[in-house]
Design a protein around this ligand. Sequence first.
Ligand code: NDP
Ligand code: 8X3
Length: 253
Amino acid sequence: MNKVVFITGATSGFGRATARRFADGGWALVLSGRRLERLEALQQELGDKVPVHIAALDVRDTKAVQEMVNDLPGDFRNVRSLINNAGLALAPEPAQNVALQDWHTMIDTNITGLVNVTHAVLPKLLETGKGASIVNIGSVAGEWPYPGGHVYGASKAFVKQFSYNLRCDLIATGVRVTDIAPGMAETEFTLVRTKGNQAASDAMYGTTTPLSAEDIAEQIYYVCTLPDHININRLEIMPSRQAWSPFAVDRDK
Ligand code: NDP
Ligand code: 8X3
């Protein structure tokens, strides 16, 4: 079979665009996400081009993740690249106003979920050895604080440091590790963050030029198809029309 890429969060945004990009490159696809009907639509779309295996999966469910990986059929087990993309932000308001459950959901998905999948797939990547890759989707929020970032940014800082630490342990295995840290990109991200507020999502992206899902998919594909001896440690990518803020100062009213 062709090279196999395993993508989490393939039902939308970066994950779906990445599935399409790897299909264009002739890779076989293992696609997961919670929304089965979207996975089926993607399999329908790409299945004539490359082999596609789909599995409805919540990355927070440790047992389900391990079972899904154990049950990979035939050559789909020969995973060459793992794209840890499933994730979300919630509650863009100040930390002091956020429901604890929203913090837990971000930690469970962006940290525990990513760790669950990495632990389950790692033996397959080690069997592949030279040329294998783990690409973890971090964020500029993991490096740069901003109001409303609270646990989301902290979870993406975890992704960065976990990626670097994995590199240290995997140095002699041939398995490469990259933290890709995108800035503002138009996907369903803001719709999820605002719990369905389409106007907020339109306002976020409509008056500037954000990155597209395809822009990030192209970078993910690039990282995974470099010659085996090259490891990109971290790629931080912003739209040209996004940059950092000045320091905030609280002044007397
Ligand atoms: P989308 O909301 O469009 O896609 C998120 C994907 O994650 C969906 O496929 C969703 O699938 C999946 N997902 C969420 N929770 C779970 C879960 N518990 N189990 C399995 N899959 C899950 O957003 P993006 O494409 O923008 O987000 C992809 C990644 O990129 C995230 O990690 C996000 O934090 C990160 N990111 C996004 C940026 C942006 O500006 N868009 C910038 C920087 C980083 P389903 O709901 O079907 O389970
Ligand atoms: C999301 C990117 O710029 O909204 O990870 O924090 S941003």
